[in-house]
Ligand binder design. Structure first.
Ligand code: G3I
Length: 387
């Protein structure tokens, strides 16, 4: 039964949205008229997605954006360059920097009033061939010089425009790796060259980053780092050591790459709390929840429901800890997910290939909508905050 007043109001709202469309408001503004992840998020929590600028944002035209770009702008208040700021992309030759992909991410973020998380400066993977070759004969001093020059150049270029940097990524091995939980002094060419005192190099990487961009919150970041385990124990000890040395470490990131093949570690919130108690910000930096699929490549109803639960559990761990500054999904649509290329698994993101929202999306939206207790009040509709 529709009341006439209600009907007039519906008509008025419909007319207003027609006007919004006719005026061609930027996607972010038009999107905030509906409930989106970014419009429902508490004021002090960024909701982000990874995006590969080189692949999806080159030649971005806000009138009209692609469907992917429209959703990216409407749903998220933060972007992480999925590959564009990695060594191999941004620094392909010793004297050559290529900022085309990274600049595309920054430009899109600016146009859509989004924050950017920088990713990443010290990692064992995706280093350019010249680093791999040269590192065979590096002294620690050589490695330090190369890393310092790179950090000052890349971080300096975007100084003041990046709110969080993953300075050191995946620097600890896992329990199941040969040698167990230890710093990656074999696989990481920089840590290998400085294996006599890798912590000194890590500390200096944070110092150089801080000098180049004093505003940014500087993170340690890793996978299998959600719960309290031997790897996060190692991070906890390292964080204490770095802080005692006066290193400008200010964040701890759990990537959040989950698979339904494994359980969920309920100690995630407690883990965040112990890092927060050190004075650090914490974040979920690369969330996705993959699963083995049937012969037709389809998930079961149970898997779809469980995926929603897992995404939501990670978001809740973040929402419940005031120091949690950002919750980022590692891409939002299955067509662009890294997962099927690497695992015999899929369906890992919050939207299908055709951008149909999954129950996981609905769960995140609901938790964000409810997420006011203990956090700053929500951004009023139509208002966007700036740092
Ligand atoms: O290097 C070539 C490049 O020259 C070329 O232009 C491009 C064309 O397709 O291919 C490039 O290689 C790709 C590379 O990303 C881009 O740098 C690889 O094929 C591709 O496999 C690679 O995958 C990325 C992966 O990191 C590399 O380790 C994924 O897209 C990215 O989602 C993934 O992200 C990581 C995080 O950074 C850290 N945590 C884990 C997460 C998932 O692995």
């Amino acid at each position: 039964m529709s009341h006439p007043t209600t009907m007039r109001r519906v008509a008025a709202i419909a007319a207003a949205s027609l006007v919004a469309v006719a005026l061609s408001l930027p996607a972010a503004q038009a999107g905030s008229r509906h409930h989106t992840l970014r419009s429902e998020a508490p004021r002090d929590l960024e909701v982000g997605s990874a995006v590969w600028g080189q692949r999806d944002l080159l030649g971005y035209d806000r009138r009209p954006p692609t469907q992917f770009q429209r959703i990216l702008g409407a749903e998220f208040s933060s972007l992480t360059p999925e590959n564009d700021m990695k060594w191999a992309e941004v620094h392909p030759e010793p004297d050559v920097y290529d900022f085309s992909g990274a600049d595309a991410v920054m430009a899109f973020a600016k146009a859509n009033r989004q924050e950017v998380r920088g990713h990443t400066l010290l990692w064992h993977s995706q280093n350019p061939q010249w680093v791999i070759d040269a590192s065979a004969t590096w002294t620690c001093e050589d490695a330090r010089d190369v890393l310092e020059e790179h950090i000052r150049t890349v971080v300096g270029r975007y100084a003041g425009e990046i709110y969080e940097w993953d300075v050191a990524n995946e620097i600890f091995q896992d329990e199941w790796d040969t040698g167990g939980v230890m710093l990656r002094t074999e696989a990481n060419p920089f840590l290998k060259a400085c294996a006599e005192d890798p912590v000194a190099l890590i500390g200096d990487a944070f110092r150089w980053t801080h000098e180049a961009d004093p505003e940014a919150v500087l993170f340690l970041n890793d996978y299998n780092a959600e719960g309290i385990n031997t790897k996060t124990d190692a991070y906890y000890a390292l964080a204490q050591e770095l802080l005692a040395d006066g290193v400008p470490l200010s964040g701890f990131g759990a990537q959040g790459h989950l698979s339904l093949q494994y359980g969920f570690d309920e100690s995630m919130q407690a883990n965040f709390e112990r890092f927060a108690a050190l004075g650090l910000k914490v974040a979920v930096t690369e969330a996705d929840v993959r699963m083995p699929l049937d012969a037709n490549g389809e998930p079961t109803a149970e898997q779809i429901a469980l995926q929603a639960e897992r995404y939501d559990a990670m978001l809740q761990a973040c929402v419940n800890v005031a120091a949690c500054t950002s919750f980022t999904v590692w891409g939002f649509d299955d067509a662009r997910s890294w997962v099927p290329g690497v695992f015999p698994e899929g369906y890992a993101t919050i939207m299908t290939e055709d951008f149909v929202k999954k129950p996981a999306y609905d769960a995140l939206l609901e938790t964000l909508t409810d997420a006011t207790p203990g956090r700053a009040p929500r951004t009023p509709p139509g208002h966007h905050h700036h740092h």
